[in-house]
Design a binder for this molecule. Structure first.
Ligand code: PGA
Length: 254
């Protein structure tokens, strides 16, 4: 059985003072049974603080982006090896905000996924359709194209060592969550596409749902057979809310 994972995507939020409170509350409120994993993806400058405050707790941590390059003249970029120095477990690649606002295409996302694996990090690779694409009946096609483009660059072996997150763009930060059935449908589609290449890899691949996950809807989403947890934005900034989402995953996994 796939172990559930709840990952908090802080986006560009936080301060040393606010983080100290949030991370302290998460570390001491750890769900603790170990049935479901939990992590926070924090802005780069806060990795040292996060490492210090979460080390020895039940939580893992990581970053929201990395460079496709290993080192060199890339002003403003951050390499996977640097993230590994702060004991990051995860790094998000291809979040829709990076695709839309920073023009990251699927080929670049594939190269970033490969760079993450080279540094021993587990990529959380994000796919998802816009509202216009959903309304045009193109959801499965769009997600399939995104998956294929990443596979073309990075290959199945590296995807097999990654986590996938399905995040419909229209559900991110909008309060409009996909229904459990809508999420399940796309998750099953992604798994079926991977299964065409290797059923074993597909069976083991964790696929998270993201987009307005909160404590009130987490359990019904995570209960779906192909939903292996969540990538949580806004609700991950509120300790009790995020802990309750983790607890929902723990209950389902036990
Ligand atoms: P949200 O963000 O939970 O605030 O909708 C999810 C994400 O962007 O990962």
């Amino acid at each position: 059985m796939r172990r559930k994972l709840v990952a908090g995507n802080w986006k560009m939020h936080g301060s040393l003072a606010a983080n100290a409170q949030l991370l302290g509350a998460l570390a001491s409120g750890s769900a603790g049974s170990g049935n479901a994993a939990c992590a926070v993806l924090v802005p780069f400058p806060y990795l040292a603080q996060t490492q210090q405050l979460l080390k020895g707790s039940g939580l893992k941590w990581g970053a929201q982006n990395l460079s496709e390059h290993a080192a060199g003249a890339h002003t403003g970029e951050v390499a996977g090896a640097m993230l590994a120095e702060f004991e990051c477990t995860y790094v998000a690649v291809g979040h829709s905000e990076r695709r839309a606002l920073y023009h990251e295409d699927s080929a670049l996302v594939g190269r970033k996924l490969a760079a993450a694996r080279k540094s021993g990090l587990t990529p959380i690779v994000c796919f998802g359709e816009t509202l216009a694409e959903r309304e045009a009946g193109r959801t499965e096609a769009v997600v399939g194209e995104q998956l294929k483009a990443v596979l073309d660059v990075a290959g199945l072996e590296l995807l097999a060592e990654s986590v996938v997150a399905y995040e419909p763009v229209w559900a991110i930060g909008t309060g409009r969550t996909a229904t459990p059935d809508q999420a399940q449908e796309v998750h099953a589609h992604i798994r079926a596409l991977v299964a065409r290449q290797d059923p074993g890899v597909a069976d083991r691949l964790p696929i998270l749902y993201g987009g307005s996950v909160k404590a009130a809807n987490a359990e019904s989403l995570f209960a779906m057979p192909d939903v292996d947890g969540g990538l949580v934005g806004g609700a991950s900034l509120v300790a009790e809310e995020f802990l309750n989402i983790w607890r929902a995953a723990e209950r389902l996994a036990s």
